[in-house]
Design a protein around this ligand. Structure first.
Ligand SMILES: [Zn+2]
Length: 429
């Protein structure tokens, strides 16, 4: 396995929640010499500088400045999301049913619920702990890669109709089991005990938490020629990985390269750390002003910017080939997808697409076009939302996958390199 693929697998393994995906991305950026900034401090940016800034632990921006600070027609932005469908643990989650210990959870995003059954699940996220300064509690991070939870299926003998399809209730059917009530034991807050032990803090000092149950399956190569990768979280850590590779390796003579990693895409992006917030615009304005640009120069530079929204696409499923558009049928391993939609659920415009195609042709990167069947609504992504705030040329791209939003998704192994190569080239032109 080559080194870039090893880095990709590491991100898939370590990025067990949006918080952890950001932490793994930061460690890669720091290894590559990026310097941390904070939104509430002054920035002294220099030519050839490499920086990153986090927001609420789950959204991250990284950027590099070229040899020259000239920004006219030289601002390139790429964006992906750090979150994925999963189960979020609710406050006061402990409950017991007939001797079983369970957790109360809610479904985060559009998960295919039945794929979460009969799999070992881990716990990942962050907790806020008591501090001296009441307005600034201490934040602690956790990713437990031991199998802690399971949501078992119901036996076929108890539902003979199971293979005709089962509707799962999000409140009652998705509660994971985390243990058994011991002899004479009564119901207690075992999750808080567990957290206190894992984080080495007093139980009383844990004020709140954001914890997610995540799928513990490991990424693996699959197929006679190992031409596929199966893994949880391909949506959208494929894009996070490719943007990191591109930003770290792609160096331009002049201008600004920005990689944005937003949280909350799976729940609509209209949040304070989602692509529907003013964060990206504020970031770009702060960068320009720190480089000594006037408001007018900033606006002129930004109107010439280019935005790549990077998220997975649907590949053709051989058992369901009719679900695809009738003339555009991207397949796994066939290269990156350029996604278009008349509804603008993909924010693609013809001029932008042509620019991406020219990069692909110049660099011999395979690409395909994705559109929805006309009788299907399909999905959307952050491109349309972010570009309504930053109205620049925009293209939605990503690797085609199968079983999007399943606990474990499948992709073509060759496509991850195609995506990373394209983004690297984009950050160099
Ligand atoms: Zn996605």
């Amino acid at each position: 396995m080559e080194q870039a693929e090893q880095r990709f697998f590491r991100l898939l393994e370590k990025g067990t929640s949006a918080v952890m995906a950001v932490r793994e991305a930061v460690s890669r950026l720091e290894e590559a010499g990026f310097e941390e900034l904070s939104f509430d401090r002054q920035w002294g940016l220099t030519e050839n500088g490499k920086y990153y800034v986090k927001h609420h632990d789950t959204t991250l921006f990284a950027f590099t400045i070229g040899k020259s600070k000239e920004l006219r027609d030289a601002v390139r932005i790429g964006a992906a999301h750090t979150d994925f469908p999963c189960l979020r643990i609710k406050p006061n989650p402990d409950l017991t049913v007939e001797g079983y210990r369970q957790l109360n959870v809610e479904v985060y995003g559009g998960a295919i619920l039945n794929t979460w059954l009969d799999r070992p699940l881990g716990i990942s996220g962050r907790a806020a702990v008591k501090s001296q300064d009441v307005m600034h509690p201490k934040m602690r991070y956790i990713s437990v890669d031991r199998p802690l939870l399971v949501i078992p299926n119901l036996a076929i003998h108890m539902n003979r109709e199971v293979n005709k399809g089962v509707e799962l209730n999000k409140q009652t059917d998705m509660l994971p089991i985390l243990g058994l009530l011991g002899e004479g034991e009564k119901e207690e807050k075992v999750l808080m005990d567990f957290l206190s032990k894992e984080l080495s803090v007093e139980k009383e000092d844990i004020l709140d938490f954001e914890l997610w149950a995540y799928c513990l399956e490991q990424p693996q190569c699959v197929g006679m020629q190992e031409e596929f990768i199966m893994s949880p979280r391909l949506d959208n850590l494929t894009s996070v990985h490719a943007l990191l590779e591109g930003l770290i390796n792609g160096r331009r003579e002049k201008g600004l390269n920005v990689a944005a990693f937003f949280d909350h895409e799976e729940i609509g992006s209209q949040t304070k750390q989602g692509a529907g917030s003013l964060l990206l615009l504020n970031l770009l304005e702060k960068i320009c002003s720190s480089l000594g640009k006037t408001d007018m120069q900033t606006m002129e530079s930004l109107y010439n910017a280019f935005f790549l929204s990077v998220d997975v696409a649907h590949g053709l499923h051989p058992n369901q080939a009719k679900k695809m558009d009738i003339t555009n049928k991207p397949v796994l391993g066939g290269g990156i997808c350029i996604k278009e939609a008349g509804s603008q659920s993909y924010a693609t415009d013809c001029e932008g697409v042509a620019a991406v195609e020219q990069i692909c042709r110049k660099e011999s990167i395979p690409y395909q076009k994705f559109v929805n069947r006309s009788d299907m609504a399909g999905g959307g992504t952050l491109g349309a939302i972010a570009s309504s705030i930053l109205p620049v040329r925009t293209v939605d791209i990503g690797v085609p996958i199968l079983a999007m939003h399943s606990a474990v998704e499948t992709m073509g192994r060759a496509d991850i390199k195609s995506l990373a190569d394209l983004i690297t080239a984009y950050f160099q032109v």
